[in-house]
Design a protein around this ligand. Structure first.
Ligand code: GLN
Length: 610
């Protein structure tokens, strides 16, 4: 139990502030209820992740009374579906007291399930074989909402059963009008009994939090009702839950709520919390006086009103860039790099963030459509995305259709599996999902390269020294001076070509096979792959420019059989003496390739701040 927190301080303060209010009367029309202690006062708030804040008599039991109504309504909906239930009970507020004897004459049904007439008709709908089984179903449902076993106050039950003439009269009128079917006494007993279930303010808060949590009990994690029933329950609570005070309640407090003559109130802020309050003295409409005050104060202090300060929808795009600004981490030959520098503008990446819903996706749709020139590939990266609601799923599918019509290839990367599943139900093919942006960029680059006939030369052949990118601009004479300096070295798969920490004394030109640069992760056997080298490129050349003896910063391992042309830095000195101009050209070429690498990195960094 939480003993101190800012939230708790706040409810403590509210509890203290209203505990002296002496307005209101404890209900007496059910004789047993008159015994309630008017001073008892409990407040409890539960969040959808199961945190509970409680003060006062939050664990004192009292009868649930009318707060049972929305929950039983949910059960009736689950039993019969909306159409059948709607034909028996409407959803219009009456503006009348909870026990008023009025019916919707046009549709021959009680007005709504939150007043007695509607609640009796609702309970009459609960399925089951006889009284015991039907009540067992009702009680079990309440126990699942509360997350614990509950009992009945037999005295209150008998008290209402023997004095509830008005409710009995309502039921007879309904029977007479054909609004009720079946055994009237059984229905009434069920109704009186559901009203006599004992709960605490804490139970009510957990029940309300279950509604706030889309029907999943935040303590037990059990799924108690379907989201569509939650929606129905909250809707009738919002429009009719506080009887003839419902309009003003919505206006002042702005939360779906339900009260009972036992002194309880529940209120729900969907997605955020459930409130349960307990204080027996009622106002003339049958709502707990202190309960209303507590909810009003909380709503004002924290701006809980459903229509309070709506966050105006933000953009869901955190960053956009083209493939020309950020390339995949895959190594490319210089001719490929040059080609991709020209072509990869056609790859458009949108990194998304936050929640995807109608308003944020509508903005994204516009941005995609207005992008000039029309891209050939769009990558939507969702690794920072939060919730994705169903209208966002619909709009994403519209984006997919639009891409199809525009002949744009679309990929989604980094989205959570559950979003993938919802999209697949909307006709998205598996191939449209790629794990991460880098892999998607690589796919698009490969596609561009193959369209432009710029694929790799078959890697099974060993490249000659003069085929290396670095020697592109070297003449035969220059090559003749350089070639003797290199030695050919062979590696087997998994051999270390370079070890982290070792002294850097040579550079490598990869002639055949593949080699991977990886870092050993601290406190783990795992390695993080940084890049994979392909034939034709140089590595280890950085050390050439490091004046002090430098150390290798990562491991490089052979993935396959590998052949490298290796140049010991010490041997370069010979070149300086014999062919100084070739020596300078070599250094310049390496320098230029490093400059290109830095330029690309700068471009990528710049894309981070756009
Ligand atoms: N059992 C009570 C009745 O039917 C419930 C009324 C209420 O809580 N408003 O009168």
């Amino acid at each position: 139990m939480i003993r101190s927190s800012p939230i708790l301080n706040c409810i403590n303060y509210i509890h203290e502030r209203y505990s002296n209010i002496s307005n209101g009367q404890v209900a007496t029309y059910i004789p047993e209820l008159a015994k309630a202690n008017p001073d008892f006062f409990g407040i409890c708030i539960t969040t959808p992740d199961g945190q509970t804040y409680e003060v006062g008599e939050s664990q004192h039991s009292f009868t649930i009374q009318s707060i049972s109504k929305p929950f039983v309504y949910g059960l009736a909906l689950a039993d019969h579906g909306v159409d059948k239930v709607m034909s028996k009970v409407g959803v219009e507020p009456t503006g009348e007291a909870f026990n008023s004897i009025i019916f919707d004459e046009v549709y021959n049904r009680p007005y709504n399930p939150m007043v007695n007439a509607g609640a009796i008709a609702t309970t009459a709908l609960i399925k089951g074989n006889g009284y015991e089984q039907r009540f067992k179903r009702i009680l079990t449902m309440f126990e699942e909402f509360a997350g614990r076993s509950l009992s009945i106050d037999e005295e209150v039950f008998q008290s209402e059963k023997s004095t509830g003439h008005r409710n009995r009269a309502i039921a007879y009128l309904e029977l007479n009008a054909g609004m009720l079917e079946g055994n009237l006494d059984e229905h009434l007993d069920l109704y009186f009994r559901q009203c006599s279930i004992l709960v605490t303010a804490k139970d009510l808060a957990i029940m309300a939090a279950t509604l706030a949590n889309n029907g999943i009990n935040p303590i037990t994690q059990q799924k108690v009702v379907n989201p569509k029933e939650v929606r129905a329950i909250l809707s009738v609570m919002a429009s009719c839950g506080m009887y003839d005070f419902s309009g003003e309640w919505m206006y002042r407090i702005g939360l779906p709520a339900k009260s009972g003559v036992g002194g309880g109130i529940i209120a729900v802020l969907p997605g955020q919390f459930g409130i349960g309050t307990f204080s027996p003295p009622l106002d003339e409409r049958g709502n707990s006086v202190r309960g209303i005050k507590v909810c009003e104060e909380l709503s004002q202090q924290f701006k809980f009103h459903l229509f309070d300060s709506h966050p105006v929808s933000q953009t869901c795009v955190s960053r956009t860039y083209t493939g020309a600004m950020v390339s995949s981490k895959r190594q490319r030959r210089v001719f490929q790099r040059d080609f991709l520098d020209q072509e990869s503008e056609k790859i458009l990446v949108y990194e998304l963030k936050g929640d995807l819903y109608f308003a944020t996706l509508e903005k994204l749709t516009r941005q995609l459509q207005n992008h000039q020139p029309t891209p050939q590939f769009i990558i939507l990266d969702g690794h920072r995305v939060g919730n994705v609601n169903s209208s966002a799923i619909t709009l994403l599918s519209e984006i997919k259709e639009w891409c199809l019509n525009q002949e744009i290839i679309l990929f989604l990367t980094g989205f959570e599996d559950k979003i993938k599943v919802s999209l697949q139900a909307n006709d998205w093919q598996n191939e449209m999902f790629i794990n991460n942006v880098d892999a998607a960029l690589e796919w698009c680059e490969n596609h561009l390269l193959s369209e432009g006939n710029q694929q790799n030369i078959t890697v099974t052949d060993q490249l000659l020294l003069e085929d290396m990118d670095i020697f592109k601009a070297f003449t035969t004479e220059e090559m003749a001076a350089i070639t003797p300096l290199f030695t050919e070295v062979f590696y087997q798969p998994d051999d270390f070509i370079v070890c982290e920490g070792e002294e850097a004394k040579r550079l490598f030109l990869l002639a055949k096979g593949r080699a991977t640069v990886s870092l050993k992760l601290p406190q783990s056997e795992e390695r993080k792959r940084l890049t994979t080298y392909i034939p034709g490129i140089a590595f280890g050349e950085l050390a050439l420019f490091d004046i002090d003896i430098s150390q290798r910063t990562a491991d490089i391992m052979a993935d396959t059989e590998v052949v490298c042309y290796v140049l010991e830095f010490a041997r370069l000195k010979t070149l300086l003496n014999t062919h100084p101009e070739v020596y300078i050209k070599l250094l310049q070429t390496f320098g230029k390739s490093l400059v290109n690498t830095i330029k690309r990195a700068t471009l990528e960094i710049r894309s981070l701040s756009v």
